[in-house]
Ligand binder design. Structure first.
Ligand code: GLN
Length: 197
């Protein structure tokens, strides 16, 4: 299978590794820049984006990750991972940076205190007829989608919670914890179509 890395600085990287392995990928945990050379795709997990950003800079991963993204590495970010992929982050903590790549504006912790965590079903035509059960945990909302990016899923009120742009994919929610494998399959299709080995 394709070699897929999971950024393992912080957050729920084990859950992603488990899903990817079930789907037949050769999974490796990525903590060092050299490890980016060995993968055909990368998942950035949920967790805390400001902490992941800080650790990525501490471990010298920020620039290599940005280079890999510009070079076309397929990357899927969930929740904090989506925040890291966004070109613009609102309500970031002081000094927080993102890697960028996705032509979107996201807002961290965008659901009010009543709704910080909730579950809902989403219709996502790109993934088939069955609705996607989506779990949100202090997730971001995509406040605006630039020309280069495409919304994949919206809440009933129209807010965008999944986007794609070429080899990049991002969701505000966490398919890795619900047994919902279609997002990872969709991502692996991007990885396979780019792998030239
Ligand atoms: N609120 C977190 C952040 O800003 C994201 C939460 C999550 O990944 N479940 O990074």
């Amino acid at each position: 299978g394709p070699r897929v890395g999971v950024l393992a600085l912080q957050g729920d990287f084990r859950e992603h590794a488990h899903v990817l392995a079930k789907l037949g990928a050769e999974v490796s945990l990525v903590r060092r820049p050299e490890e980016l050379a060995e993968i055909d795709g990368l998942v950035i997990p949920g967790g805390e984006s400001s902490v992941m950003d800080k650790l990525a800079r501490t471990f010298g991963l920020q620039a290599p990750l940005q280079q890999a993204i510009s070079a076309g590495l397929p990357v899927y970010g969930t929740c904090a991972g989506l925040i890291l992929l966004a070109d613009t982050v609102l309500d970031a903590i002081a000094g927080q940076e993102s890697l960028g790549g996705l032509d979107v504006v996201v807002r961290r912790n965008a659901f009010g205190s009543q709704n910080q965590s909730f579950e809902t079903d989403l219709d996502i035509p790109a993934l088939g007829d069955e609705p996607v059960h989506a779990v949100f945990i202090r997730g971001p909302v995509v406040e605006s989608v630039g020309e280069a990016a495409t919304p994949l899923a919206t809440l009933a009120d129209g807010r965008v919670v999944a986007v794609e742009q070429g080899n990049l994919l991002g969701t505000s929610f966490h398919p890795e914890i619900t047994g919902e494998y279609r997002f990872h399959e969709y991502f692996l299709a991007k990885v396979r179509s780019r792998v030239r080995r």
